[in-house]
Design a binder for this molecule. Structure first.
Ligand code: DAH
Length: 340
């Protein structure tokens, strides 16, 4: 009987079923009223008592094997029926996983940061929710300066000393209070202003701030660093010019233009007929700012600059509407496939 049971186990494992009907026939063959299990049970009754101990579990094993195969095969054929009905074929190979794209602001931010990193600048970030000191007072803004005006700044209602930073220059103050010169850092981040949203303005945008403080840092260093940046970013023949300007935290201050050209009508329009385009603000860190932040302005000097990432991205990719950056329209974003 032992051999017979072993053969049956082999037989059960080796069966192949082509349909649910074949599975059912198999079930009846073994488990039916006149099935093989019934036979085995009656043979078992006549087995010598000393053999029962060995053969009992083997018979159970045969029965278990039949039940298991029947359950599995029935389930498989049921699934096939279902998927035929639903039109889904789960055995088909999966399609490719759709690839996302880098957001153009991220691409530009990374490129700018990379250029300054190669020049020895470290990268730091600061909080988006700030206090008056880091955004205004520590940067030499007089108490009545219009930038503090409710029209420009989002204040936290419950505590008007807290606000959403309006520029990344706040990170300069945080770093000056944290470490001693020499320091050479760039500070990318998101900023907020209470502006009506339009093609040219948004209540949220991104800036990259730069700060270099050491002994003997001069305006010539500032100009050379920015020229190098502009030529790396816009191309080796890029020309820049500096126009005198005013910022509370730098003296002297300047705005930097790149020469864009006047070839097409669009060139004329975006450069207002001059051929020049403003890309950033900069200047020598005002000695007042160094002093209130605990840096000896007789020993150290420095330069700072700040630029808008959206503005640079719009120039680089010829994008005419700022709102496109924040709408997450896939048709817009897909155009930057392959940019890193
Ligand atoms: N914080 C200025 C802004 O938001 C940009 C800026 C101008 C930053 C001159 C600077 C700077 O560091 O020196 O418009």
């Amino acid at each position: 009987m032992r051999e017979e049971l072993d053969e049956l186990l082999n037989d059960i494992a080796g069966r192949v079923f082509k349909s649910a009907e074949e599975v059912e026939a198999f079930r009846v063959e073994f488990l039916g009223r006149k099935g093989k299990m019934k036979d085995l049970m009656s043979q078992f009754r006549d087995v010598a008592p000393e053999d029962k101990r060995e053969l009992g579990p083997l018979i159970n094993k045969v029965k278990g094997a039949v039940e298991e195969r029947v359950a599995l095969e029935q389930a498989a054929f049921n699934r096939k029926v279902e998927t035929k009905a639903s039109g889904v074929d789960p055995s088909r190979p999966a399609g490719g996983v759709p690839q996302g794209t880098h957001h153009p602001l991220q691409v530009v931010r990374r490129e700018i940061v990379g250029i300054f990193k190669n020049m020895g600048f470290g990268v730091v970030e600061g909080p988006e929710i700030e206090d008056d000191w880091h955004v205004f007072s520590g940067l030499n803004f007089p108490p009545e300066h219009p930038a503090r005006d409710m029209q420009d700044t989002f204040f936290v209602e419950r505590n008007p000393d807290l606000l959403l930073r309006t520029h990344t220059s706040s990170v300069q103050v945080r770093e000056m209070e944290k470490r001693k010169p020499p320091m050479r850092i760039i500070m990318p981040g998101r900023v907020f202003r209470n502006e009506a949203v339009s093609a040219r303005a948004h209540c949220m945008f991104h800036q990259i701030e730069g700060l270099y403080i050491d002994k003997g840092v001069s305006f010539a260093d500032l100009k050379q660093n920015l020229l190098h940046f502009a030529q790396k970013f816009f191309g080796p023949d890029t020309k820049i010019r500096l126009r005198p300007s005013y910022f509370p935290f730098t003296e002297p201050s300047a705005e930097v233009d790149v020469y864009w050209g006047l070839e097409t009508e669009v060139d004329k329009k975006i450069t207002k007929g001059t051929g020049w385009l403003e890309i950033l603000g900069c200047g020598m860190v005002d000695p007042n700012v160094l002093e209130v932040n605990g840096i000896d302005s007789k020993k150290y000097s420095g330069f700072a600059f700040g630029m808008g990432i959206e503005r640079i991205a719009m120039l680089k990719y010829q994008i005419g509407d700022l709102r496109l950056f924040f709408e997450n329209d896939k048709r817009f974003l897909d155009q930057f496939k392959g940019e890193r």
